[in-house]
Design a protein around this ligand. Sequence first.
Ligand code: C2E
Ligand code: CA
Length: 711
Amino acid sequence: MCGQDSPVVAISRSPRLLETLLANLDGVVYRCRDDGQWTMEFVSEGCLALTGYLPEDLLLNQRLSFLELIHPEDRQMVRAHVADCLRSKRRIDIEYRIVRADGAPRWVWGRGVGIYNATGKVEALEGFMQDVTERKEAAQALQEAERRYRSIFENAIEGVFQTTPDGTYIAVNPALARIYGYRSPEDLIVGLRDISHQLYVEPDRRVEFMRLMEERGSVSNFESRVYRRDGDIIWISENARAVYDDAGHLSCYEGTVEAITERKLYEAEMRHQATHDALTGLPNRNMLHDHLQRAIEIARQRGGLTAVAFVDLDQFKFINDSLGHQVGDELLKTVAQRLQSCLRDTDMVARQGGDEFVLVLQNQTGGEAGIAEVMQRILAAVSRPWPAGDREFHITSSIGVSRYPADGKDVETLLKNADSAMYKAKEQGRNNFQFFAPWMDTQVSNRLEMLISLRRALDQEEFKLFYQPKLSLKDGSIIGAEALIRWESPEQGMVPPDRFIPFAEEAGLIVPIGEWVLRTACRQNKAWQEDGLPPIPVAVNLSPRQMNQALPDFVAGVLEQSGLAASWLELEITENVVMKDAEKTVATLHTLKRLGLQISVDDFGTGYSSLSYLRRFPVDALKIDKSFVRDIARDADSAAIVKAVISLAHILNLRVIAEGVEDEEQHAFLRENGCDEVQGYYFGKPMAVADFTARLKEEARRRASGELTAD
Ligand code: C2E
Ligand code: CA
């Protein structure tokens, strides 16, 4: 620039030429001396707009110098920069603050050059100053935003990440490192290189993640199980999106990771509680319904036999009432385990409620025979003795089975029919299973209806007594009869007692029904005696509910009214009655005994009394339950029990009657082992009065002709 006019000098010399240009320029063109004050020699029009001062104010320091215009805090810095540039002959290029006439600070960007004379000495500075406050503030705001973002990133509780499209971490925050078990974000970036295999427990989740990303560009609440660095498995939930550059190319994925293991555990626990029984841990009714629904669906699509088995414990209520709920609970747990142990993994045992369990057996390739085998296994498993404290108990079960598709095509029908079949199994003497048959559900299943009809049955004398002979094993003579109730219902025909006695007991109707039985049996026996038939005792079954202090008076009254001598009446009480409320029962039994009648213990062996316990009770006879008699020939245990009962009963001076004798083999066994009396289809089914009368007449004839001799 030496020898020639500098641009500013040129402009100042030909003002008109460039006046307009300078006036419209957004900024100030100046020339100043390199003295301590940077005394202005030329200042363009823009000065007013930028600084609030007129150009004249600055010219030759008339009001203030250029240095004074500069913000006091920046003066030192500007001075140093300018000096440095002049020394090295570089262009001046600097941002700093000035203080406007109104006191407001502004950011300016100053660019300029030193003007040197021929000797190389600085003659002046010429330059251009521009207001950059807005850009500067924007940059600062950006910086602040960035700082804030950093802070969020660094301090977030959620993990934050950025990866390349092929899964290399670009950035992660400390929280993510913590969640994945790394010491620091850097550690993670270096250590975690193969996301699919190192991170995801199911590598397919990574595939699914990529698929969603490609399809939708984002994933939300994407839950997976991942390995932490130490190998522990945790649950995470990811929210992520694909980031594209301006050209539309995928540049990275970024997102957040939340550790949700605790929530998952909680959810799983909630789900478990909603679908499982708290006591046994088995699936509950809800889950059973869903499972059975699915099983039906599968069986429909693929064919195959599915069985639903309703398992009900026999006399559970008694255990619960007499031994306490704790023992009852233990028993239910034991049974639950035993049921499970009988089944395959694909089968389900659910607790339906109370002492009822339901099994769902899918794809029964063995057909009905196969199902029957499983049921036998279950009956055996349930009836295995179980210890409780220092005692040992046993309980049996009754099972009803329905089959898809033969017995029902939906959940409700299959369950209902399995339930009906279960009732049938109870009627058959418990400890057995029955397949559903279509006639079973024609019987009354509705409780309310049942109770209404039972009340009516009492009023309208729909009940009948049948009599079954008891025979002496010594000479085969009839030495007694058991009165067994029958209900001839106008709607349902002949209803067996097991079908309605439990209902009557529950509803309290058993008391009037029992009174009717006692009155009728005594009157009938008296009638036979008056007919001159050989006198025999008649046995009447007593329900536990009838066993109260009023009973002896009532029995005495009935005997008196009928005119029957007490010695011709026998009362059959079940073994459980003896155990329950022992003190009161003992007293009542003694009062009854004083009337002069006989007392026998029914269904002996199915309950929980021990023989020594019986010593305290004034009883005359034991009736061995028909389930043992039935199994005498097949099952060594049953045979041993029968033998033991007979000999121990004799030690206690009790008569022994075996019930349910159906064939010669059983008959022979009982005779050989010293049983006193027998009762069963082999000798005579329960029969109506007319038939029994004929049987008694025949008996009288045989006695008279001397046909009856001991064999
Ligand atoms: P239980 O006292 O054990 O009566 C014997 C049951 O075994 C009777 O059934 C009888 O018909 C049946 N039975 C007799 N011999 C044989 C045989 O050889 N094989 C087989 N499989 N069964 C045989 P029932 O009449 O159906 O009575 C069932 C139960 O109903 C009775 O069992 C008794 O507990 C109850 N019950 C019957 N009548 C009365 C009553 O008047 N009052 C009360 N409270 N309960 C009664
Ligand atoms: Ca009986």
